[in-house]
Design a protein around this ligand. Structure first.
Ligand code: UFG
Length: 328
């Protein structure tokens, strides 16, 4: 089966592309390289933007694409608060262009990269797929809007979708070929590891007065390879059953910011200096997924459910590539 992967040069996209290739899929990556890395991709590649609908349609036709796994999006919560215009344009107008190009070319299957940010401040922990979705930032809203668009494209045009709502993604591929490299980096685990490497002086704790055991925020960390595996399971289930569905993806365990730093100290053997600072606006105190639905229905089971193993896999990547893909 030939799969188009918009955003396949990014962190999660490139890990999914490697898994797809390993399992014998033919893959073509579409990426505008605004955030992605050309060196992260070792398959057919087209530099293009989803805002260019004619080009997207041309690519689907030329490559005889049969399914799409869509990662191309702006994905920083803080940035989305400042630039809702570009978030709605890139994530929703871009997404609509992709769907219209799929409609034009008879492509019927779409796996979509969604987020825990669609839930906003959750009422229940762990969070179920049926819980209320009230995003507290434009990023989460753009993803929720696209989820709704897909629902109606399914009803009217029969384009099936799998929505995967990820929690906190971490780790790197076991081959050492690819890993996480964002500019600017905003995520906790890479920042902690860059502090361990001495690239940063310290790690700031964004709030130590939350209503949690140690006062710092709790998150559910999932390994990027387990996430990639879930995309392929979702694709195969959607195609074989010709149905749409929605799944959370996390490990179901919560770790506080302080616990992550302690685990990183253990893994790296480095002291890692911390500095207490104010809360970061928009951070919910606790986000933990219930992934029971995907475990039960798709028999997904995470191979990396130990936090030290997840951090160790990220540590290997950062140690060997302190400048990310610039070291490749
Ligand atoms: N944190 C710090 N210091 C830092 C960076 C982060 O204390 O320097 C804290 C944050 O406040 C948060 C936790 O570490 O409590 C995790 O933060 P990340 O930035 O790594 O991840 P988020 O939980 O903010 O973001 C994730 C996904 C987003 C998604 C969001 C949903 O990366 O795509 O969850 O809330 F939108």
């Amino acid at each position: 089966m030939k799969v188009l992967v918009p955003g396949g040069a990014g962190y999660i996209g490139s890990h999914t592309v490697l898994e797809l290739i390993d399992r014998g899929y033919e893959v073509v990556v579409l990426d505008n390289l605004q955030k992605g890395h050309r060196k992260a991709v070792d398959c057919e590649f087209v530099q293009a933007d989803l805002l260019d609908k004619d080009k997207v349609s041309e690519i689907l036709k030329e490559h005889k694409v049969e399914a799409v796994i869509h990662f191309a999006a702006n994905s920083l919560v803080g940035e989305s608060m400042e630039r809702p215009d570009s978030y709605f344009r890139n994530n929703d107008v871009g997404g609509l262009n992709l769907l219209d190009a799929m409609k034009e070319n008879g492509v019927k299957y779409l796996v979509f990269s969604s987020t825990a940010a669609t839930y906003g401040e959750p009422e229940n922990i762990p969070i179920l797929e049926t819980d209320p979705t009230i995003p507290t930032n434009p990023y989460g809203e753009t993803k929720l809007v696209f989820e709704k668009i897909m629902k109606w494209y399914d009803k009217a045009f029969g384009i099936k979708h799998m929505i995967l709502r990820y929690f906190n993604v971490a780790g790197a591929h076991s081959s050492g070929r690819i890993g996480e490299d964002h500019d600017p980096e905003t995520h906790l685990i890479p920042l902690v590891l860059k502090t361990a490497l001495g690239i940063r002086e310290d790690i700031r704790l964004f709030g130590t007065d939350y209503d949690t055991e140690d006062g710092t925020c709790i998150r559910d960390y999932i390994h990027v390879t387990d996430l990639a595996d879930a995309h392929i399971l979702a694709l195969e289930n959607m195609v074989s059953k010709n149905r749409s569905n929605i799944y959370n993806l996390g490990n179901g365990n919560g770790f506080s910011v302080k616990q992550i730093i302690d685990a990183a100290r253990e893994v790296t053997g480095c002291s890692i200096k911390t500095v207490n600072t104010d809360r970061r606006p928009g951070d919910p105190p606790v986000l933990i997924a219930s992934s029971e639905k995907i475990q039960k229905e798709l028999e997904w089971s995470p191979k990396f459910n130990d936090i030290n193993t997840i951090i160790d896999s990220a540590w290997k990547w950062h140690k060997e590539n302190p400048k990310g893909f610039n070291d490749k």
